[in-house]
Design a protein around this ligand. Structure first.
Ligand code: GTP
Ligand code: MG
Length: 203
């Protein structure tokens, strides 16, 4: 898919206020600082559209972007950021889980994982929670540019082996870099195909 237009639409802290769920929607979620906002910018080809930062905790709201006047891309706050007050953390968790569990037009939740690390409990718990709630998901490994090709292959294999211990079938997997653009096209192609399904069966 070619991205012709991408614009920021709205930020919400109540999922109930999100745009009318009449278009296919995709959300990016994952640990703080994993690279959600950077990858959104790379995918749509507009630096600075989603706000990024070297410090975790930058994205704090549910941000809707409108792509090709056809579908929504949603940037969410990260989880697992230790330095925020418990009260705010609880608020974010309610906001994110409410959004993920009720958003009717959410076709895929992309869970972003830093490819440099071995499987982390917080990500595995999050993925399993999505599966328990029957929320369709795909995995996006980020920051592939930070590893040598050999180490990248090793880490991906190790992660997939780990998941295979409890999953018979793995969700779709993408390997990306916001620096080099690796994987952006594959994510867009996946979305293009999923959009077709939404159009033919809106209910
Ligand atoms: P929060 O909004 O705080 O949850 O973070 P986020 O997941 O949106 O991360 P963000 O996109 O703001 O990126 C965090 C940091 O990682 C920034 O310094 C980015 O430049 C860097 N970064 C993100 N993606 C990549 C990547 O693919 N490669 C490299 N080398 N750096 C990246
Ligand atoms: Mg962000």
């Amino acid at each position: 898919m070619i991205v012709k237009t991408a614009k920021f639409l709205v930020s919400n802290n109540y999922y109930q206020n999100c745009p009318k769920p009449d278009k296919p929607e995709y959300a990016f979620i994952g640990r703080s600082n994993v690279g959600k906002s950077s990858l959104i910018n790379k995918i749509v080809g507009i630096q600075g559209l989603a706000k990024t930062s070297g410090k975790p905790g930058k994205t704090q709201l549910i941000n809707h972007f409108y792509i090709n006047e056809e579908w929504y891309l949603v940037d969410l706050p990260g989880y697992g950021y230790a330095s925020i007050p418990l009260k705010i953390k609880a608020k974010w968790e309610t906001m994110i889980s409410g959004y993920l569990q009720t958003r009717k037009n959410l076709l895929t939740t992309f869970v972003l994982i830093d490819v440099r690390h071995s499987p982390q409990k917080i990500d595995i718990d999050f993925i399993e929670n999505l599966a328990e709630h029957q929320i369709p998901l795909a995995l996006i490994f980020t920051k592939a540019d930070k590893l040598t090709p050999r180490k990248l292959k090793e880490n991906l294999k190790a992660y997939q082996n780990y998941l295979h211990e409890s999953w018979d079938e793995l969700p779709p997997v993408f390997v990306t870099s916001s620096e080099t653009g690796l994987g952006a096209e594959q994510v867009l192609d996946y979305i293009e195909n999923a959009n077709k399904v939404f159009v033919s069966s809106p209910n």
